[in-house]
Design a protein around this ligand. Structure first.
Ligand code: ADA
Length: 546
């Protein structure tokens, strides 16, 4: 596999010009890949086609891989269109004949203009910025005759140290193939694949459990003649019963934040050092949980969560999708495709203890209910070892909570009016608790009573440096956040919280501007440069002293 990361030629056609096709682009500069072109000087927050070009020496059958880009792109090889990319943030593969062994030209024309068609997964109005760029790594490899395309490891018995391993081959598949496995580079065992597939129960020698405190990892290497694949995994189990989560058989409460994998200077092309630092400061505060809002995550994020022992909720891309999307068959099939891709790419990460989809979809409507069923079914087919959920913002009207394993509510008492509190200006602790208890009555329904409940979003904004005792001040946010953590810890029926949110995040600067001062969603307990607001320090103190 050859990484194509590095400097690519770049040309831009702004949205005020008519875009006539890739031939029109003048490649007059260079930009880094991964990167977001609309954060470059001169192009900051501009909309249009950003075309990236590189040269690759290869030939014959190849596989080109993207770890994630957005919002959409057309891909050209030697001037010929070899595919479209329309699942923002998803990993994608393009298999094609590269031609003769020589230098070829690869162009990725990223389009960050608004696509407000009903089938779009990333339309104009989401509350996080639609950056244009190649967010994550790109690589290419010659496609072997037969390859190990999938290797899944599901921990089954953490007393005995057994895992269920599934292997899939792709290419010119023989009727029978011998596959050799080794854990941590030793102790080989052989098994037989029939028609390129097989599932086996294997024992991990000298295994150590993965937990938040001791995140031990193992590797599994699989080999067939001419191909090899190695994955990292952790020995841990995650179960839901009696309204709680059990990690390795022990009840665990999830305490943490929603985090956008985003930065004002890098967009979604987050440098690894910053990712690691974010996770470390969340952990150092005393938290154990992150909801990766609102799209499939990078390997960088998930690898570091594995390494640091951070529990993670991964979800497919969605934001408040209404009936117009939910009845659109292309939208639905894109959701299904993205959800399946996400489950398969992330299958071996021990950090993922919850899988979700479609933040705040209209779960009060029949097409919402049927899509929830379909997506939950896909996650169960691909995995089955992790609980499934979705973040619901209409708890009293929702008709689909029974379809998933975990009940998750996005609720904003103390911030948005209509959130079971009147329009408070000064912090009202008793009112907040009363409002939370009202939501919690929903959990008394018989069909929900054994499901864990988490508050998947809650919080309020503070403008950094704005002080006083009313809404929008750092003091108000600090009181709100500490009261919420306290309530979650004091309430056995509540199995966790992801505060909205870790740090301020760029949002749309058009018609959302009245509620998004500075062009940012300001509900972070840190600002966008990860400088703590009062609430961050107040929560840290509270969690240390509990
Ligand atoms: C929602 C949504 C978030 C964010 C938040 C807010 O519930 O899921 O993405 O927009 O509200 O800040 O209003």
């Amino acid at each position: 596999m050859t990484s194509l990361n590095g400097f690519w030629d770049f040309g831009f056609v702004g949205e005020l010009e008519e875009y006539k096709g890739i031939e029109q682009v003048v490649f007059n500069t260079s930009l880094p890949v991964p990167g977001c072109f609309d954060l470059e000087p001169g192009l900051k927050l501009r909309r249009g086609i950003g075309a990236y070009r590189t040269r690759v020496v290869t030939g014959g059958k190849v596989t080109l891989r993207f770890e994630g880009l957005g919002p959409r792109a057309e891909i050209y090889w030697d001037g010929k269109n070899i595919g479209s990319y329309d699942l923002p943030f998803s990993n994608a593969e393009y298999r094609f004949d590269a031609g003769n062994e020589e230098e070829h030209t690869l162009i990725v024309a990223v389009d960050n203009r608004a696509d407000d068609t009903k089938s779009s997964l990333f339309p104009g109005f989401y509350d996080f910025y639609r950056h244009g760029g190649i967010y994550r790594g790109v690589s290419i490899e010659r496609t072997p005759e037969v390859e190990i395309s999938y290797l899944k490891v599901i921990p089954r018995d953490i007393q005995k140290g057994t895992v269920e391993v599934t292997v899939e081959l792709l290419g010119n598949i023989p009727a029978e193939t011998t596959v050799e496995f080794s854990f941590d580079g030793k102790n080989s065992v052989s098994e037989k694949l029939v028609n390129g597939k097989g599932t086996f129960t294997l024992s991990v020698p000298d295994f150590k459990l993965w937990s938040c405190e001791e995140p031990n990892l193992h590797t599994l290497t699989s080999r067939i003649p001419g191909a090899e694949k190695c994955v990292t995994f952790g020995m841990r189990t995650i179960e839901t019963r009696e309204g709680q989560f059990f990690l390795n058989g022990k009840a665990v409460k999830l305490l943490g934040y929603n985090r956008h994998d985003c930065h004002p200077d890098f967009g979604y092309a987050m440098p690894e050092m910053l990712v690691k630092r974010d996770l470390e400061i969340i952990k150092a505060q005393g938290c154990n949980f992150i909801r990766g809002c609102h799209y499939p995550q990078s390997e960088t994020v998930l690898n570091w969560c594995d390494k640091l022992g951070m529990l993670f909720w991964e979800e497919s891309l969605g934001w408040g999708n209404g009936e117009e999307n939910l009845v659109n068959e292309t939208f639905r099939s894109r959701q299904r495709e993205q959800t399946r891709l996400m489950a398969r790419k992330s299958i071996n990460h021990p950090c993922i203890i919850l899988q979700g989809f479609m933040n705040e979809l209209r779960s009060d409507l029949e097409p919402g209910l049927t899509l929830i069923r379909e997506l939950a079914q896909i996650l169960k087919e691909e995995d089955g070892s992790r609980p499934v959920t979705y973040a619901c913002n209409i708890p009293f009207d929702d008709i689909a909570l029974q379809e998933v394993d975990v009940v998750s509510f996005n609720i904003y008492p103390g911030w948005y009016i209509n959130s079971q509190m009147s329009d408070v200006q000064q912090f009202d602790e008793a009112g907040l608790i009363k409002a939370l208890e009202k939501y919690e009555t929903i959990l008394e329904r018989p069909e929900l009573k054994d499901k864990p409940f988490i508050i998947s979003e809650i919080g309020g904004a503070a403008l950094p440096g704005w002080h006083g005792d009313v809404r929008w001040t750092e003091e108000y946010q600090a009181d709100l956040a500490t009261t919420i953590f306290k309530h979650v810890l004091d309430t056995p029926r509540c199995s966790g919280v992801a505060i909205w949110m870790f740090c301020d995040t760029r949002s749309f600067n058009d018609y959302r501007i009245p509620s998004r001062p500075r062009g940012f969603n300001n509900k972070g307990l840190m600002d966008e440069y990860r400088r703590p607001k009062m609430a961050w320090n107040a929560v840290a103190k509270f969690l240390k002293n509990r």
